[in-house]
Design a protein around this ligand. Sequence first.
Ligand code: SF4
Length: 360
Amino acid sequence: MKVTFPHMGHMWICLSAMLEYLGVEVVVPPPSSKRTLTLGARHAPEFACLPLKLNLGNFMEASELGADTILMAGGCGPCRFGYYAQVEHAILEDLGYKYRLVVMEPPQKHVGELLSKIKYITGHSSWWEVVRGIRFGYQKARMVDELERQANYLRPREIHRGSTDKAFKRALQEIIAAKHPRDLPQAGERVRKIMAQVVIKPRPVLRVGIVGEIFTLLEPFANYDLERRLGYLGVETDRSIYLSEWINDHLFLGLVRGLRSRKEACQAAPPYLNHFVGGHGQETVGSTVMYAKQGYDGVIQLLPFTCMPEIVAHSVLPRLSTELGIPTLTITVDEQSGEAGLVTRLEAFIDLLARKKGVV
Ligand code: SF4
């Protein structure tokens, strides 16, 4: 069995660590690119949202590298994610691909089914080993998230342009190279040393929160490398969702203490949005409220074209923005999006924030 999965930011690092630790052969799809999107968009329904198209492209490219089993998360609720895996699998079958599909449904609803799927993928491993493998993958997710946060802090303050990105790449390699839980403390030490070499200068920077749909938040190809771009425009960013937080909320049912949770964000959403609307819609609204209260200078909402939960969230952002005094910008992405238009809108938004704050 050669297992592949969708490319979503750095999720592959944590997933392959976990699976390889358990002796499963993994085929990481190539990083999402124009080719990935062209392949996916050619065969997906036109109205489908961007993540489905990119996932489809990922699986076609992974098949070229020998993958034969797709591992995907399932879902339920009012958005389309719940039947993504089945739609993608049906399209691939129609195209002649011979993939096995394993969908991990949320543990709250189907715990027995989830356990049997884990056993199917991990084969001979004992439950104790499975727990250790999951823990190993999760520890890597925490390290990568911490590294991303650090890079987002350093980038707008760096003296030598590009030094944060260079350090980030080297540090990421250290995390990837750790093949066993016992290697992680030394890897963490090396990561700290590498990032400490980035020379920064204290300067006034803008702070912007990025909220929205998880795939577009986490996948730099889908969001035109938004965090990096903003860093170079002198903006420190924070995302409303990091992978380890998502894992804790959705797979560990919030058992890891001390992390932000979607619960807090959802509790902050009323009176603007009082109930669950699917995906991350309510979190988007609640996180925007929280960023406003924490004194952030602005919020950017990211969503794939036709994303239902984020369209609902978008409809209440103007009122929230006026009442809480936080400027918001909504960016919608799909296969028709153009980089030049995005850059113009971003620069105009950041210019507005800088003038408002008086840091021009
Ligand atoms: S949250 Fe949005 S982008 Fe994600 S599956 Fe649902 S509709 Fe599509």
